[in-house]
Design a binder for this molecule. Structure first.
Ligand SMILES: NC(=O)c1ccc[n+]([C@@H]2O[C@H](COP(=O)([O-])OP(=O)(O)OC[C@H]3O[C@@H](n4cnc5c(N)ncnc54)[C@H](OP(=O)(O)O)[C@@H]3O)[C@@H](O)[C@H]2O)c1
Length: 245
């Protein structure tokens, strides 16, 4: 801790304007964290307002320059980075053969580069602090694809996250930086606002949607569990364990 942090922990949350990232941002602020929240449009959001504890940074997280700006804002305002929560992501569903080069570029840049560049910036700072924790959101579809579902590109992009997190957990274990993954089933967020919730519920053996608060609970658990590293917590009503009979 230092003068700027004033005893508070500092978190960066990507995708903080909506859904899981918004829920995480609110929960961390309630628990006394300083937060830098980022998304392409967060400064225009009606859901979050900048304050002494919350800095908002607009930017496309798939771009290295945006990642540098976000990490710099955390250090400039709060003096350190204790936690990065990689929530920014998009979901484009089509039959495999219909995906266009633009779809591919958009999904890989947002869901893979959007994790890669900000994690690089944050790790560089955490190495100086000799501590830190990076939690990234994947999806249980990586473990349990669904018959007939058009999810190949989401799976290509999101399957990198648990593997990359495990690799980094080992690469930086001597620097005491932890990396964990949360893999949800279908979460009740704006991402699925126009989808048929009754059908989506049936994808989970426990037949309801996952609530944002349940993702937040997993994050808070991981924050409180210093021996948990390289883990992937599935929150999916058991979907990864098997199909509903
Ligand atoms: N909802 C689910 O069922 C579910 C299930 C499994 C995994 N996930 C994953 O969980 C994460 C959060 O999903 P959600 O349901 O909370 O989605 P959401 O409500 O649609 O929120 C997505 C967030 O990502 C931001 N974002 C998108 N592209 C961005 C970019 N290029 N640069 C910066 N920010 C960007 C959006 O803000 P702007 O538009 O302002 O940029 C928004 O804040 C995603 O990675 C998603 O893949 C969701």
């Amino acid at each position: 801790m230092n003068a700027k942090s004033n005893g508070h922990q500092t978190a960066i949350v990507t995708g903080a304007s909506s859904g899981i990232g918004l829920g995480v941002t609110r929960a961390l602020l309630e628990r006394g964290y300083h937060v830098v929240g980022t998304s392409r449009t967060i400064s225009k959001s009606k859901e979050v307002k900048a304050s002494g504890d919350l800095v908002l940074v607009d930017g496309d997280i798939s771009k290295k320059d945006a990642a540098i700006t976000v990490a710099d804002a955390a250090i400039r305002h709060f003096g350190r980075i204790d936690l990065l929560v990689n929530c920014a992501g998009i979901y484009i569903t089509k039959p495999f053969t219909d995906y266009t080069p633009e779809d591919f570029e958009m999904m890989i840049s947002t869901n893979v580069a959007g994790y890669f560049f900000i994690t690089q910036q944050v790790v560089a700072q955490m190495r100086k602090e000799k501590s830190g924790h990076i939690v990234s959101i994947s999806t249980v579809l990586v473990d349990q694809p669904l018959a007939g579902a058009h999810i190949s590109l989401p799976v290509i992009s999101k399957s990198t996250i648990p593997a990359f997190s495990r690799a980094l957990a080992m690469e930086y274990v001597a620097d005491r930086i932890r990396f964990n993954t949360i893999s949800p089933g279908v979460v009740d967020t704006p991402m699925h606002a126009n989808d048929d919730h009754e059908s989506l519920k049936k994808l989970h053996p426990i037949p309801r949607l996952v609530q944002i608060s349940e993702i937040v609970d997993a994050l808070l658990y991981l924050q409180s569990a210093p021996m948990v590293n390289g883990e992937n917590i599935r929150i999916d009503g058991g979907a990864h364990a098997g199909a509903k009979w």
